[in-house]
Design a protein around this ligand. Structure first.
Ligand SMILES: Cc1cc2nc3c(=O)[nH]c(=O)nc-3n(C[C@H](O)[C@H](O)[C@H](O)COP(=O)(O)OP(=O)(O)OC[C@H]3O[C@@H](n4cnc5c(N)ncnc54)[C@H](O)[C@@H]3O)c2cc1C
Length: 388
């Protein structure tokens, strides 16, 4: 593990940042990790883990001070997501989704909206980001949820599917189409829904392969009324806001996948050093060493690439779409490979729930699918090299 200790040492954190990280690591070790298996087994929302993160006021690290926050660098936020996700991928995605949903409000909300909405999340509220619909997945522009203006209100009709934390959220950043705009793409609009709005319902939660402690919820809007004051930007600004916010949420889902990959690597190396067959520890077989070498090299590359993307965002660089896509694609593919090999190296025990790698492999799969499938990211990255 020396090479990873070197990478960790090379990361420069200020004293204040080190304090944040130490606290997050402590809560991850003492509360989040020990409870992860139980919440997964019973598909229960990880309340004690979320409460423990809220005791650290961890949502506040992505909210400006003026609205009750205590912001840190994006690079540090990414590290926090990885530490939590290494302990429990479900808790990690619940936490990161708070940021994915509220980041666009921080970046694009009006003063009035920020002052009214953000303190609720800074204090530990839960947020969801609702884009996907049954007929609008990879092509989000096919969404049908409709926003109809009515005086100083907006009436929402339609539905969303697979929405992380949709059944427990306080606020939902919701995308739909403005009824007065005909063009399909130009009509996309964003609003913030407060979940006590009349006409809103969380219909049901999916039964999933992994991330069982985090809900993926079907939402319905039937004549649902929200104040027009909750419109983010103007009618038709949605696609611009969506693309800008994905550039920041993709490194965050990459950091989540990195957490899963780190956990699988640690468990795999530890087990391979303990388990002996034919008179040798299984890590001593050269074929297994080659496999470990490739995975270690890729994990080391991911660690430094995510630091690079975090630093790009911290420096205010705007054109980060390809860098963010590379991070998301590489991290999630690595999480899947790493967890698959970790199960393989555990032999039959890896297939059984007594070992954490069984859960990690189930948790890893979705990281290749959400936040843009990896096919979509490959197209986007590849296309960026086509000469104009
Ligand atoms: C557990 C979970 C949590 C989720 N959380 C959220 C959430 O919080 N908010 C939210 O809005 N959504 C969420 N999603 C939805 C997720 O983002 C979508 O599932 C994802 O975008 C893919 O859409 P789809 O499932 O409709 O698949 P489809 O778009 O139908 O894709 C099916 C297959 O076709 C491929 N494909 C599609 N288009 C192309 C193309 N142009 N070229 C090549 N291949 C293509 C895809 O790569 C995929 O392999 C979640 C999903 C799950 C399962």
């Amino acid at each position: 593990m020396k090479v990873f200790e070197q990478i960790a040492r090379q990361r420069h954190w200020t004293e204040a940042e080190t304090m944040v990280l130490d606290q997050v690591r402590r809560v991850a070790d003492e509360v989040v990790a020990p409870n992860a298996g139980g919440f997964d087994e019973t598909a229960t929302f990880p309340r004690t883990s979320v409460d423990a993160l809220n005791e650290l006021a961890l949502n506040a690290i992505f909210i400006p001070e003026a609205y009750g926050g205590s912001p840190v660098s994006y690079r540090l936020y990414l590290e926090c997501v990885s530490v939590i996700s290494e302990a429990c991928a479900s808790t990690g995605i619940i936490y990161a989704t708070n940021y994915h949903a509220m980041g666009p409000v921080v970046d694009h909300g009006s003063e009035e909206q920020k002052a009214r909405l953000l303190p609720r999340i800074a204090e530990g509220g839960i947020a969801s980001l609702a884009i996907t619909e049954p007929s609008a997945g990879s092509d989000a522009t096919a969404m049908r949820t409709r926003f109809t203006p009515d005086g100083d209100e907006i009436v929402i009709d339609g539905g969303k599917t697979f929405i992380t934390s949709g059944d427990v959220a306080d606020l939902i950043l919701l995308f739909g189409k403005w009824s007065e705009i005909d063009d399909d793409r130009a009509a996309i609009t964003a609003v913030v829904l407060e979940t006590d709005a009349p006409g809103f319902a969380a219909v049901r939660n999916e039964r999933k392969m992994g991330h069982r402690a985090s809900s993926a919820t079907e939402l319905s809007f039937s004549g649902c009324r929200i104040p027009r004051a909750n419109l983010l930007g103007g009618p038709g600004d949605g696609l611009r806001l969506l693309l800008a916010s994905l550039n920041k949420s993709r490194p965050s889902v990459a950091a989540h996948a990195r957490g899963i990959a780190r956990a699988a690597f640690a468990d795999m190396v530890s087990y391979m050093n303990e388990r002996s067959q034919s008179g040798r520890r299984i890590i001593e077989f050269q074929g297994n060493q080659f496999m470990i070498a490739d995975l270690a090299a890729d994990l080391a590359g991911l660690e430094t690439w995510l630091d690079h993307v975090g630093a790009l965002i911290d420096s205010g660089t705007e054109d980060i779409g390809v860098a963010a896509s590379i991070a998301k694609m590489r991290a999630s593919d690595l999480a899947m490979r790493m967890t698959t090999e970790a199960v393989q190296m555990h032999g039959g025990y890896g297939y059984c729930a007594d070992y954490r790698v069984e859960r990690l492999m189930r948790d890893a799969k979705i990281t290749q699918i959400w936040e843009g499938t990896n096919q979509i990211h490959r197209q986007f990255i590849g296309r960026s090299f086509v000469a104009k």
